[in-house]
Design a protein around this ligand. Structure first.
Ligand SMILES: [Zn+2]
Length: 484
C-alpha cells in the first residue's frame, strides 16, 4: 500500500495499544481523560481525549466508551505522526543544534571528535525517523547512515535499518523487490536516491551542486565533498563472523577462514562461505543466498557506492570513512580486513583501471566500549528507509521485499531497481543520452563496461586469493531482465 497514514492505520493494529507502546518505549505516560457521556440513554455519545506525557490531544467521540477511546488514540497518533514527519524534514538542523548544545554542556566543554559527531548525527536523525513509525522499530535494530561532509559540516543524507533478506519464493523479476533489507544495503540505496535528487538539481542549474563536469565528460564530486558511512555495529559476514569466546582450538580453527566471502541465507543460519554447499531447506525448497554486508562494503571500495547504472553518468564515488557505533569482543580486529584489508594483497590496485581504485576508508570507533549483547533475532522483519528531504520514512517488509508504507505514492519502493531505472531514464533524457534509453535494466548494467571490468578484476582477485567465488543474486536468478 502506498500511503502516508499513521502506522497503526496501515497495520490494522489497535491504536490504543500502539499509543501505549509508544509511551513505554519513550518512557512517557499515556493516559485518557475521564470518559464523559452526552445525549439520552438510548442514543448516548461518549467523549475522551488522550494525554501523552501530560499533553492533551483532540477529543474522540464514539457510540461506546471503547470506541471513543480508540478514536482519541487515533487522533493522538495522527498528531504525533504529523509533528514527527515535519521534524524529520528538518532533521539535520534539529540534530545539529542538539549536538552543539551537548558539546557546550558538562564541566569541561569538549568538542566531539569528527567520528563522535557522525555517530551523534546518525543516531539523532534515526531517533527522529523512529518517531514517525513507532510500531515498526524496536531496540535491536541495525542502523546505517550515509553522511555528507561539506566545508567541515556533516549532514545525514540517507538512513536505513534492518537485518533481513527476501525469501526465495518472494523474489520478483519486475524490479520491484528489495532483495536484501540489511541496514547498510538499504542505506546505500537511499543514498543512491539522494544522488538522483542531486543530479536533478545539477541539471536544473540550482546553486551549490555537489557535481561538476570532469575532463572525461562524466560528472565528479566538487572539491570538499566527502561521504561517510555510519553503522551501529560491525557489518555481517567477515567482520563479525568469528567467535569471540570459546576454546583456543575452536577459535583458531575458525580463524583459518578469515577473509573468505560469505553469504547469508534468508531464513537464518549465519554467514556461510560462498564455496560451502548450502543445506537444503525444510521441504527441500530452494533458499536464497545473498552476499554479506562485509563483502558488499569491501566491493564498494573498488567499484564505488554509486552503482552500475549511475557509473554511466558519474565517476565512482568512494567512502572517506566508516564509523562503527559499537562492537563486541575482538570484532574490532576483524573489521579492517573485512572492509578493505582483503584488497591490499596481490597488487590488486595495479590491476584496477582508472578512474576506479582500491579505496581505504578511515575506520573509526567513536566509543571505546563493547556492546556485548545483540539480540538481532528478536528484531522485527521491517526495514525503515529515509532520504534527505523526505517527510516521513518508507517501511519495507524485509522477508517479502515489498513496500508497506512511505511518503511517495508509488506501489513499490522508492529504492527499488524499478524506481531507480525510472529515475535513470529521466536523467538520461535530460542529459541527452539517447544511447541509454529503451533498453532493459540488465542491458544497461552490462553496458556499464568500466564498472563491469573492474568488478570482474575484483572477483578474480577473491578467487586467486582463495577467498571464494562471488555469489550474485542477479546472475543466479532472473531479477534484472525487465523494461520500463
Ligand atoms: Zn548485513
Amino acid at each position: 500500500m502506498a500511503t502516508n497514514l499513521p502506522p497503526c492505520v496501515i497495520s490494522n493494529r489497535d491504536p490504543v495499544s500502539v499509543l501505549m507502546e509508544h509511551g513505554q518505549t519513550r518512557e512517557v505516560t499515556v493516559d485518557f481523560t475521564e470518559c464523559t457521556r452526552t445525549g439520552p440513554a438510548h442514543n448516548s455519545r461518549f467523549h475522551t481525549a488522550a494525554l501523552v506525557n501530560g499533553k492533551r490531544f483532540a477529543e474522540g467521540h464514539g457510540t461506546s466508551k471503547k470506541n471513543a477511546k480508540k478514536i482519541a488514540a487515533e487522533l493522538a497518533l495522527d498528531r504525533l505522526y504529523k509533528v514527527a514527519s515535519r521534524n524529520l524534514k528538518d532533521a539535520n538542523q534539529i540534530v545539529a543544534e542538539n549536538v552543539e548544545l551537548s558539546e557546550e554542556e558538562g564541566e569541561q566543554p569538549e568538542p566531539l571528535s569528527p567520528a563522535q559527531k557522525i555517530k551523534a548525527m546518525a543516531k539523532g536523525v534515526f531517533e527522529l525517523a523512529e518517531e514517525t513509525q513507532m510500531i515498526y522499530f524496536c531496540k535491536e535494530k541495525v542502523v546505517a547512515a550515509f553522511l555528507m561532509e561539506r566545508n567541515g559540516q556533516q549532514t545525514v543524507v540517507a538512513l536505513g535499518t534492518g537485518n533481513r533478506s527476501v525469501l526465495y519464493q518472494n523474489l520478483k523479476s519486475d524490479g520491484t523487490c528489495i532483495i536484501q533489507a540489511h541496514a547498510e544495503i538499504v542505506a546505500r540505496r537511499a543514498f543512491v536516491r539522494f544522488l538522483y535528487n542531486e543530479l536533478d538539481r545539477f541539471v536544473e542549474g540550482e546553486k551549490n551542486p555537489i557535481f561538476t563536469r570532469s575532463n572525461t565528460g562524466k560528472l565528479s564530486l566538487v572539491d570538499g565533498v566527502k561521504f561517510h558511512l555510519y553503522i551501529s555495529r560491525p557489518p555481517c559476514g567477515d567482520a563479525s563472523a568469528f567467535p569471540t569466546i570459546g576454546s583456543k582450538d575452536v577459535r583458531s580453527k575458525a580463524l583459518r577462514k578469515q577473509g573468505v566471502l560469505r553469504t547469508l541465507v534468508a531464513d537464518g543460519e549465519g554467514a556461510i562461505p560462498t564455496d560451502s554447499v548450502l543445506p537444503a531447506g525444510h521441504n527441500g525448497e530452494e533458499r536464497l543466498r545473498v552476499m554479506t554486508c562485509s563483502d558488499k562494503i569491501c566491493r564498494w571500495n573498488v567499484v564505488g557506492v554509486q552503482g552500475a547504472l549511475l557509473s554511466h553518468i558519474m565517476e565512482p564515488i568512494y567512502l572517506s570513512s566508516v564509523v562503527i557505533g559499537s562492537y563486541s569482543g575482538d570484532q574490532k580486529e576483524h573489521v579492517p580486513r573485512a572492509v578493505f584489508g582483503r584488497l591490499k594483497t596481490g597488487a590488486l590496485d595495479e590491476k584496477i583501471y582508472n578512474p576506479y581504485m582500491v579505496n581505504s576508508p578511515s575506520l573509526y570507533y567513536p566509543e571505546d566500549h563493547d556492546l556485548d549483547n545483540y539480540a538481532l533475532n528478536k528484531s522485527r522483519q521491517y526495514s525503515v528507509i529515509w532520504t534527505i528531504g523526505d517527510e516521513g520514512v518508507e517501511v519495507i517488509d524485509g522477508i517479502f521485499g515489498t513496500k508497506i508504507s512511505g511518503p511517495t505514492d508509488m506501489a513499490y519502493s522508492a529504492i527499488s531497481k524499478k524506481h531507480f531505472f525510472t529515475l535513470f531514464h529521466q536523467i538520461c533524457t535530460k542529459f541527452g543520452r539517447r544511447d541509454l534509453l529503451g533498453k532493459s535494466y540488465l542491458q544497461i548494467k552490462d553496458k556499464a563496461s568500466e564498472y563491469r571490468r573492474n568488478q570482474d578484476v575484483l572477483y578474480q582477485h577473491f578467487v586467486s586469493k582463495k577467498l571464494g567465488t562471488w555469489c550474485s543474486v542477479s546472475e543466479n536468478y532472473d531479477v534484472d531482465n525487465f523494461y520500463l
